[in-house]
Write a protein that binds this ligand. Structure first.
Ligand code: AMP
Ligand code: ZN
Length: 466
């Protein structure tokens, strides 16, 4: 069965291939850099990374654009409160996002680019919509007239025909119950940043940003557009209205949305105040690969319930795979081949690929790998694993890791394994016993750089990660 995805637009699972050639033209909504990303946000970005990697595994090339929303209502509010310019304020959170993405090994999209560098493209798009009669002005702001787009509601599968024409909403984020004509270009309020343009002074709404950047780089019709499930309405519904209102062509063929990460059964959200950042989890001593594994292991259309135990279980799973890889690379196995095991490796590879092809069913793909690892470990213990079984087992792990990318330990804080920490502490104790305090201090410093804190007690040295 070929590669297929669930398409929010058609509400069906459909076979996927790019419209033209071998390159997938894809746009995914990026972070709003008004604060640190929480791990719910990072779940969605990890889904996008898995999607990228699987498309490439299947032989496609990518032209993937992701925006960084560096101007919106919340950013302006926060920057004003902090007495900083927009650029100053967003630089720190943009960097924090890039750091998080690097820790989680998220590939860089081919183009990752801030909204404020594309104001011209947004103005052009709004001017085009104005010419087509899709907009109107009120008090210096320009609104999209949703009555001008007959298919409004087709992505969220909602009938909005009862909405009274001419009622407006000024914020970018609102519920279906508040669906109205939305702002494309917002008149500046006193003290707020704005751009001069042929539309008059103002700043873009959030929705126009993505339509403009997507079409600027990728053309009128994208292969894939994606983001978190909360973006279906109003953000993506409005993007469709803006883009198709202008071109009359389908804006995106496939719409993919990741379900939310929830924390103890409540959606993680900054406005609800119940959010955890990657830094928070890493501070508990978990390696970033374990968090990557955790975020990737639940299929993207299922909710991910994050509990206090989740990172630990993920770290254990990663450790099992690393131990298996280590055995494959270091143990001596009897010559020859166990045919049944060779067949199991082949079946595992097929099941892994079929799982991923099936709308990125990562749980199924992982089950295939772990079942093989369990059987192979048992066979090794029983002397039934032969030297010719090594290469196919390593090949399976390599395919797994091309997507999941967790086998290589990180070098930064928390990347040092417990055994490595213990070994260094033992070496430090020996150095102290022979009064080599320079070496002992050097080891303490080295561990501190890895985020490991030592505490000398009368019963010996205790340690923890910070
Ligand atoms: P934002 O920075 O608010 O623009 O959101 C960045 C991405 O995170 C968007 O694709 C959102 O849909 C997504 N998102 C927001 N909350 C969650 C959550 N609790 N779980 C998963 N994804 C989320
Ligand atoms: Zn967007």
């Amino acid at each position: 069965m070929p590669l297929r995805f669930y398409n929010t637009l058609t509400q069906r699972v459909e076979g996927f291939a790019p419209l033209t050639g071998n390159t997938v033209r894809m746009y995914t909504c990026g972070p709003t850099v008004w604060n640190f990303a929480h791990i719910g946000n990072l779940r969605t970005f990890t889904f996008v990374d898995i999607l990228r990697r699987w498309l490439r595994y299947r032989g496609y090339q990518l032209d993937h654009v992701m925006n960084i929303t560096d101007v919106d209502d919340r950013i302006i509010q926060q920057a004003l409160a902090a007495g900083q310019s927009l650029g100053e304020y967003t630089a720190a959170y943009t960097k924090a996002f890039l750091d998080d993405a690097a820790l989680l090994r998220l590939e860089r999209p081919e183009r990752l680019t801030p909204a404020t560098e594309h104001i011209d493209a947004m103005v052009k798009l709004i001017a085009g919509l104005r010419q087509r009669g899709c907009t109107y002005e009120s008090e210096g702001s320009i609104y999209f007239r949703i009555a001008s787009f007959r298919e409004y509601g087709k992505l969220s599968h909602t009938d909005f025909s009862g909405i009274r024409a001419g009622t407006r909403v000024d914020t970018d984020r609102y519920d279906k119950a508040d669906a109205r004509d939305f702002a494309l270009w917002k008149a500046p309020k006193p003290g707020e940043p704005f751009w001069e343009s042929e539309l008059g002074p103002g700043r873009p709404g959030w929705h126009i940003e993505c339509s403009a950047m997507a079409m600027h780089y990728l053309g009128d019709t994208l292969d894939i557009h994606g983001g978190g499930i909360d973006l279906v309405f109003p953000h993506h519904e409005n993007e469709i209205a803006q883009s198709e209102g202008l071109t009359g062509k389908p804006f995106a063929r496939f719409w993919l949305h990741a379900e939310h990460l929830i924390l103890e059964s409540q959606t993680m959200s900054k406005s609800l105040g119940n959010f955890i950042t990657l830094r928070d989890v890493l501070a508990q001593g978990y390696p970033p690969e374990a968090i990557r594994y955790l975020l990737a292991s639940v299929p993207y259309r299922k909710r991910l319930n994050f509990t206090a135990d989740s990172p630990k279980a993920a770290a254990t799973a990663v450790e099992r795979l690393r131990n298996f890889e280590l055995r494959l690379k270091t143990e001596k196995f009897p010559a020859g081949e166990s045919e049944w095991l060779a067949a199991r490796a082949e079946q595992a590879r097929q099941r892994f690929e079929e799982g991923m092809d099936d709308d990125l069913n990562t749980a199924e793909a992982l089950a295939a790998v772990f079942e093989f690892v369990r059987e192979a470990n048992t066979a090794m213990d029983a002397g039934d694993f032969r030297s010719a079984n090594v290469a196919p087992a390593l090949d399976l792990l390599e395919r797994f890791d091309r997507i999941f990318d967790v086998l290589r330990p990180s070098e930064r804080a928390g990347g040092l394994s417990d055994a490595a920490v213990e070994a260094l502490i033992a070496e430090r104790a020996q150095a102290r016993a022979r009064r080599d305090f320079a070496r002992a201090d050097q080891i303490r410093k080295q561990l501190a750089e890895q985020g490991v804190i030592l505490e000398d007690t009368k019963d010996g040295t205790r340690w923890k990660r910070h």
